[in-house]
Design a protein around this ligand. Sequence first.
Ligand code: NAD
Length: 278
Amino acid sequence: MDINGKNALITGAAAGIGQATAFALADAGAHGIALADLDENGLADTARVIEQKGARAVVGRVDVTDSDQQRAFFEEAEFELGGLDIVHNNAGTICGEPIWPETPLEKIGLVVSVNLIGVMYGTRLAVDALSRRGGGVIINTASTASLGPMPADPMYSATKTGVVNLVHASAGLAATHKIRVNAILPGMTQTQFIARTGDGTKPAEWLGPALAHATMLTTEQIAEGVMTLVQDDQRAGECLIVDNPPGVGEPPQTTRLKDPVEFYGYIAERAKALAGVN
Ligand SMILES: NC(=O)c1ccc[n+]([C@@H]2O[C@H](COP(=O)([O-])OP(=O)(O)OC[C@H]3O[C@@H](n4cnc5c(N)ncnc54)[C@H](O)[C@@H]3O)[C@@H](O)[C@H]2O)c1
């Protein structure tokens, strides 16, 4: 897809990966971007920058766990921009501390509602909106936590594995409407999200040694992966992993898993490696 002149809707657009994706789409010549989030100040910041870059902003304080709010915002975005071509279901949250198994029940409900149900609503609404446009692309933000158990936050990893399943399962029917559905799987990325899990500069120790000491990705590196999934018309039902580089200043490790066969093959190899089995 040539992004020039196209319209997008992004959830979780007030900060982090969603904000970086909005900037990248505006740089690529998007006509309009509908920005949804709970954080109105952050939304205003994102809107100001994309307007400076020449894109039109439609801003909405939207709680993705509320289907009526999501539906109303999709309708507003379509009306204001004249249609949608790209939807990035990206808003997400993590249980954090106190860690499993002390995780409060309310946090479990919130993480499932935002990361899974919110993305399901967004995917469903996007299929209708993009069908009215004659096709388009949906990118759902999963995580490297989708690739296997995350003992420090099993609720988070369970929701992110669910996002991948949703992408695989919905890609076939969506394709009959000329809609491509893909997932981006970021590794540890320097955002507020990480700030909420540690001291603000690095991941928290409770995430475990591999994650707590990972070299952090930038939001721009994840946005670049999202842009690849938008621009390359061959990518449908695909997971793109953008994982942490081995050292500071080195490029991310990207892995393209084109379908469920490649995805589950990768998971099996990874599980064997983690278990020390050849
Ligand atoms: N940062 C990482 O290391 C990392 C790694 C893998 C995946 N992810 C995923 O990337 C996505 C974006 O996270 P980020 O790292 O940019 O963090 P972030 O905290 O900077 O951005 C998340 C945004 O989602 C918004 N949000 C949260 N709940 C919402 C709700 N109910 N309705 C609407 N908006 C809501 C927040 O206000 C925030 O602006 C999330 O889905 C997250 O799970 C992040």
